[in-house]
Design a protein around this ligand. Structure first.
Ligand code: 9MG
Length: 262
């Protein structure tokens, strides 16, 4: 899953049209690099990011989704807002990436009344404050229980299990120790019986482990994606699609005997 940020570029003041052109060009590059899904987001989830209105988010993401209509890969809309979910699905999005795991009733209804797939992600707290004091007795079992409950809630609302993906939400209300425990025991989440998505790309836990600034986290991101796939993730949400795809091709050739037979 390639990440397409439809958020203003801090280095450009070319206005909405330039932003859209840049995001569309980036999306096409990610497809050429081997992305199987594109995740389009119009509101940053980083701590301290300014919240945006429904209209502002729609203005950012809809032209991108419309511009990608007819392309070969499914589009995911990264949003917590039910209005944005509905509009994006109408514009052609086939998946909703909700970091709030459809805990908002209107969001649950927006997905239930469509055929879209959904990613249910765990987070503790909200993006503004979540890194202040994350606390768990047992991070893996608590997140597993939360995701199990959200899968059941989605099914009860009429969203078939086949449409559901789960995600432990690396970095969302978790310390480095929590994130490492989750990655170490990621396989246990596959017991919930739905596909597992992992998003580790360029995250601060990788910075904490390597000492690298966000712009220098490609090698750590590729390593983390590979570990996640080895431990059961079937979708990895990444910025650097080509490097990740290359690494996964090697892993796949060794593990699934897709390469030359010796
Ligand atoms: C929007 N977003 C940022 N990080 C993410 C992650 O790890 N998973 C998902 N599903 N979405 C994310």
């Amino acid at each position: 899953m390639g990440i397409v940020n439809a958020t203003p570029d801090s280095f450009s003041d070319g206005g909405l049209y330039l932003q859209h052109d840049n995001a569309l060009a980036h999306a096409h590059q990610l497809i050429a690099d081997g992305a199987d899904i594109l995740d389009i987001g119009g509101e940053s989830t980083r701590p301290g990011a300014r919240p945006v209105s429904v209209q502002e988010e729609l203005d950012r993401v809809l032209p991108i989704i419309e511009g990608l209509r007819g392309t070969s890969v499914p589009i995911s809309i990264d949003t917590v807002k039910p209005e944005v979910m509905r509009a994006a699905i109408n514009a052609g999005a086939q998946m909703v990436n909700d970091i709030n795991a459809l805990q908002d009733t209107a969001a649950m209804e927006a997905v239930a009344s469509s055929n879209a797939a959904v990613c249910l992600m765990h987070k503790q707290g909200d993006p503004q404050t979540m890194q202040q004091q994350p606390h768990y007795k047992n991070v893996v079992s608590e997140i597993s229980a939360f995701l199990r409950e959200r899968i059941a809630a989605a099914e009860a609302a009429g969203i078939q299990r086949e449409r559901v993906v789960i995600d432990p939400g690396f970095g969302f209300g978790k310390t480095l120790a929590h994130n490492l425990a989750l990655l170490r025991q990621l396989k246990s989440l596959t017991e919930l019986g739905v596909p597992l998505l992992a998003g580790l790309s360029r995250k601060s836990m990788l910075g904490a482990l390597t000492g690298q600034d966000v712009s220098q986290r490609l090698p750590a991101s590729v390593a983390a994606a590979l570990i996640a796939v080895q431990r059961g993730a079937t979708i990895v949400r990444v910025h650097d699609v080509r490097a990740t795809v290359d690494a996964l091709k090697i892993w796949d050739a060794v593990n699934n005997m897709n390469g030359a037979q010796g």
